[in-house]
Write a protein that binds this ligand. Structure first.
Ligand code: SAH
Length: 208
């Protein structure tokens, strides 16, 4: 940023809030920032994970950016039966999450995890975390989140091809799963991710 000594910037590390920091030493390759005062306390999101099947690059970037803005605590790309994308650039997606937090004046950055098979994720699923399974087969049904309690949750969004019948059956059988409809229209996966986070945040999250 080519700042000289004496310049001030706002910094955050995702743990200690936001601080006004002064450039107290500026070299060519490194420098020193000294934190002067806290400008904002750490604002943690609710304990919500977003699980989604990566789609095309720009749309995957969009999902990660929106998840950081909407207050997801963790972002987990998952490979489902009908996922086209076999690989993701985790570091690039993490950088998107950081940028989104910076843009929105956030003080927390959700961690982007490596791509994992949905199968494997479900096998090790923590018993105390509920799963909001956004199932396109329920298009047009009622949303069905109202009777749930807040706490530890995850949202699951499928790929453009939707979920396989095998996945659907397994997900529905899991004890902590709430299968949810996102209204009368089938949404694209990126739209569905934002709609699902809106629904969760307004019903069980920190919009209340
Ligand atoms: N190709 C599928 C649609 C997939 S949409 C079909 O035509 O049926 C991508 C993902 O967005 C879905 O897997 C689901 O998680 C979510 N989604 C989209 N619209 C939805 C709706 N109305 N209700 C619940 N989930 C929805």
């Amino acid at each position: 940023m080519r700042l000289a000594e004496g310049a001030e910037i706002l910094v955050f590390d995702g743990k200690s809030g936001e601080w006004r920091a002064e450039v107290t030493q500026a070299g060519k390759k490194s420098g020193t920032l000294t934190c002067r005062e806290m400008t904002r306390p750490l604002q943690m999101p609710p304990d919500l994970w977003l699980l989604f099947a990566p789609i095309k690059k720009a749309r995957t970037d969009f999902i990660v950016e929106k998840a950081a803005e909407m207050g997801a605590a963790r972002i987990c790309p998952v490979q489902t039966d009908f996922t086209n994308s076999e690989r993701i650039r985790r570091d690039r997606l993490q950088a998107h999450a950081v940028e989104a937090a910076e843009q929105c004046g956030g003080t927390f950055v959700p961690e982007v995890r490596d791509l994992q098979k949905l199968d494997k994720v479900l096998s090790g699923w923590p018993a105390d975390r509920r799963l909001m399974f956004c199932d396109e087969a329920l298009v047009g049904a009622r949303a069905a989140l109202e009777s749930s309690e807040s706490g530890k949750w995850a949202i699951l969004i499928g790929p453009e091809g939707g979920f396989s019948e095998q996945e659907r059956a397994r997900l529905r059988d899991m004890p902590g799963t709430v299968a949810v409809s996102l209204g009368p229209r089938i949404l694209r996966a990126d739209t569905a991710a934002v709609a699902a986070m809106t629904l969760w945040q307004s019903t069980l999250g920190d919009w209340q």
